[in-house]
Every structure is written in structure tokens, then in C-alpha cells.
Design a protein around this ligand. Sequence first.
Ligand SMILES: Cc1cc2nc3c(=O)[nH]c(=O)nc-3n(C[C@H](O)[C@H](O)[C@H](O)COP(=O)(O)OP(=O)(O)OC[C@H]3O[C@@H](n4cnc5c(N)ncnc54)[C@H](O)[C@@H]3O)c2cc1C
Ligand SMILES: NC(=O)c1ccc[n+]([C@@H]2O[C@H](COP(=O)([O-])OP(=O)(O)OC[C@H]3O[C@@H](n4cnc5c(N)ncnc54)[C@H](O)[C@@H]3O)[C@@H](O)[C@H]2O)c1
Length: 470
Amino acid sequence: MSSAPTGNVYDLIVIGSGPAGQRAAIYGAKLGKRVALIEMREVVGGACINTGTIPSKTMREAVLHLSGYNYRSIYGMNYRVKERITMADLAFRVQHVIKTEIDVTEAQLSRNNIDMFTGTASFVDATHLKVTNSRGDNVYESKNIIIATGTKPAASDKVPINGTTIINSDLVLDLKQLPKTMIIVGGGVIGVEYTCMFAALGVRCTLIERRPRLLEFADQEIVEALSYHLRDSRVTMRLNEEVESVVENEDGTVTALLESKKKVQGDALLYAVGRQGNVDELQLGNIGVDSDARGRIPVDKDYRTKCASVFAVGDVIGFPSLASVSMEQGRISAARAFGDESILSNPSFYPYGIWTIPEISFLGKTEEQLTEEDVPYEVGVAYYREIARGQIRGDTTGRLKLIFHRENKSILGVHIIGEGASELLHIGQAVMALGGNIDYFVETVFNYPTLAECYKVAAFNGLNRLRRGD
Ligand SMILES: Cc1cc2nc3c(=O)[nH]c(=O)nc-3n(C[C@H](O)[C@H](O)[C@H](O)COP(=O)(O)OP(=O)(O)OC[C@H]3O[C@@H](n4cnc5c(N)ncnc54)[C@H](O)[C@@H]3O)c2cc1C
Ligand SMILES: NC(=O)c1ccc[n+]([C@@H]2O[C@H](COP(=O)([O-])OP(=O)(O)OC[C@H]3O[C@@H](n4cnc5c(N)ncnc54)[C@H](O)[C@@H]3O)[C@@H](O)[C@H]2O)c1
């Protein structure tokens, strides 16, 4: 065993400063422990602040604002806040928010007396880490180590990412100009979110997905509603098609070669076929821990790896790979490391927010899952077009769908597509988590005119169907 200098001994060391690592470190500090956080990048925040969640959600906001997209149903299809939107317009707002988020995060970490070290961490053994940076190596020691190293975009030898015409989700803002046509490979969350943004900017998009449907974990009816919007935005969807390779053409365009021998040409291509865990640098073999082919580390319910002193949280452990859930896993792992059982969090109530245009949000079961499980359910739906706030906001295509048990009327799922979906979902989440049933919505008065009214309308609709025995 290598020993660390006395000053380098901590109660807890966290590797990675994304949402999982930040929350683990702060929770440890709040328990009064001496905590160090190691980050290989020059800036804190991980994929969440620097390349993933925050940039993509800020870009979406800029797209919606500048394109006037949300108000076209009121002022006409030609309504724009700015003609000729450039990548620089989008990057301007994104860089501002990234900088602010980094500042806020650094302040939180330093306020909690967390020691920050820049460098790449690797395991020497179960309680010692080597941290390497341009100035050399240092060894740190702790009885508790939390891996929160996140993921990077999956790559292929046959897809030459060049940062200009062939990009992955880390490089979207490096595009010098908006392409006229764009190919998006992968109909998962990243591919679909960016397709919506580029389509709202007037880019002709072709979305290629090897499975028969997009977002396969979401409710089918909601995905069908989204597909309607994609087609309406002139997106061509090629489902059941796998991209085998991508080539750069002499005229500067790119061509995706499909397994079916078809070819799709475009000005630019976004490759979004999943993510790969950041485990290569960690030397997990030195602590007897394995990762799978996608770089995911197996853990138990407390996020402990096979090596008792080492936990793993966030995207590096796989599904659901969300910033929200990564934060919670970070807190729980730090708590468990010090025998604190006080945080109880039920994964069945974890929500999903997909920032498509319009956005989608859901929690609980889908109709397909309940049918598979032979659960007797009924559905109540409210359409935004029937809700005053929907008309006021100019979103007349949204809908909220409540799924509830036919016998005890407990809420089994809430699925929303439409502006405000991700915020609106939390009402259903609270009722579900607190064990309420659909009667709550019937008996409760909501502010008017708000989208919350959808819950009441959907509840009445569902109960009427139940009575009629539809
Ligand atoms: C385009 C995109 C959009 C997204 N949108 C959303 C969204 O809307 N909502 C949502 O909830 N989630 C979203 N996500 C997912 C979200 O970003 C991740 O779930 C979250 O960032 C995972 O947090 P993490 O802490 O596990 O890892 P990360 O945020 O990836 O952070 C890991 C950190 O560890 C560092 N690191 C890696 N290896 C080492 C090492 N050996 N030594 C030192 N440091 C190391 C990395 O440099 C990085 O800073 C999105 C992701 C992407 C890519
Ligand atoms: N709003 C959010 O919460 C949000 C937003 C973005 C990303 N994320 C997280 O990031 C993670 C990664 O997202 P992602 O979209 O890259 O991965 P993903 O695994 O969700 O989707 C990748 C898609 O690409 C398809 N695919 C793979 N190879 C292909 C090929 N050769 N040709 C055609 N299609 C192919 C797959 O079938 C799959 O549907 C997700 O797990 C998600 O949790 C979350």
C-alpha cells in the first residue's frame, strides 16, 4: 500500500465535479467530514454544465425565443424575433449561462470547505488515488472514495468526427454556421432534442434511428404526438435504419451510409448514438472492479461497488443517466459512506423531462407497461386547446394524460406533452408520492387560468370513462 502525505488524507474523496460528484462532496462536508474533489478538466460542472444539460437547454431557450416558435400559432408562421439566426446568437446566451453556473458551483464548493484538485484520478489501491496533472503526480488517501466520472459521447471508427460538419453533442456549438440540411443519427433523447431545435430554426433535418420507434421508453401515444410535430417541422424520420458509416464528400457535404445500402446526404451530421462511461483512466483493475462494454460500473442499492470502500454514482453507473437523479445518487452515496440512512428516495417517483419542442415529461408507468403487467387501468386526458392557459400561451396541441388504477383510483402514471410539461409534472409527482389518488384533482381548486387545470379536466375525463365503462 502506498501512503499519502498527512495533508492528503481525507474522510471522503470524490472523483468528478458533475452533478453527482458535487452533491456527494457537499453532503459529505455537511456531515462535518474533510472532503476533497478531483476534477480532470480546468472547470467544474462536468458534462452537465459544460457540454450537456445546461448548454442544450439554454440553446433550446434561445432557439424558442429568437425563432418566435411558440407564438407562430398566434402571430402567423412568418413571425420571428430575429431574422437570420446565427450560431453566434445561440452561443452567446449559452456561454453566459455556462459561466454563471460554473461560478455558482465553485462558490458552493468553496463555501463548504471542499478541497478542489485539478488532475486525472486513478486508483492505486482501495484507499489511495494518484492524481496526475501537468505538474506531476500526487497521492491522496481516504477510506471512502466516490466515483462520479460521468460519460462521453460514444464514438465509432467509421464516423470521423471532424468538429465542423460531423459532430457529436459536445461540439454542437462549434458549428460555424447553421447548416441548411442536417442528418441526426440516433433517435434517443439527445438526437430528438437537437432535431427539434434545428428544425425550429428552419434546418431540414433527417433523423435516423435503428429501432422501430423514437424514445422507446416513453408512452407510445406521446411519442406519436411528438412525431406529428416533427413531421410538421419538415423532419424526415427514417426508423428501422442503421447507420453503418459516414463519409465526408469533396464538396464539403457528408453522406451517411445505411446498413440497408441507402445513402443520406446533408450539410452536417450529428452523431448521437449513446454514451460511454469515463472509466479508462481509473485503473479499476487495481481495486478488483469491472465495468461493462459501455463503461458502466455495477453497484448495489447503496451505490457501493464490489470494493467496499468505493462507491459509484451518476451516469457512470448507467440508467437513467439524468442530472437530477445523479445528484440524488451522489447525496445517498455520501450518506451511506458514513452510515447515514436518513435519505430515503424512491426511484419509482423519479421524473423524466425531455426537452423536445414541445417538451415531454412523465413519471410512473406507460400504458404499454401496464398492459404487459395485466394491471387494470383507466386513462383521463386533458387537451391544452380546451384549457384557457393553453390558448393564452399559444400551445393548443399539448395534452396531459393521467393513468390510474380502475379499482383504487391510485395514480399509476402521468404523461405530458406541451409547453411547461416538465414543471407541470411535479404536481402529479407530489400526489403520487404522497399516496393520493385521482379524487385529489377533482376535489382541489387550482388557480385559473393555469395549465394545472389540466389535472382536473383529465381526472373528470378519466372518471367519466370509468363510469361509462369505455
Ligand atoms: C446533450 C445532453 C443533454 C442532457 N440534458 C439533460 C437534461 O435536460 N436533464 C437531465 O436531467 N439530464 C440531462 N443530461 C444528462 C446529464 O448531463 C447527466 O446525467 C449528468 O451530467 C451526469 O452527471 P455526472 O456527475 O454523473 O457526470 P458528468 O456531468 O459527466 O461529470 C463527470 C466529471 O468527471 C470528470 N472526470 C472523468 N474522469 C475523471 C478522472 N479520472 N479524474 C478526474 N475527473 C474525472 C469529468 O471531467 C467530468 O467533469 C444531458 C446530457 C447530455 C449529453
Ligand atoms: N432531457 C434529458 O433528460 C436528457 C437529454 C439528453 C440526454 N440525456 C441523457 O443522455 C443519455 C444519452 O443520450 P443518447 O440520446 O445519446 O443515447 P440513447 O442511448 O438514449 O439513444 C441512442 C439512440 O441511437 C440509436 N442508435 C444507435 N446506433 C445507431 C446507428 N448506428 N444508427 C441509427 N441509430 C442508432 C439507438 O437505437 C438509440 O435509440 C441518455 O441516457 C439520457 O438519459 C437526457
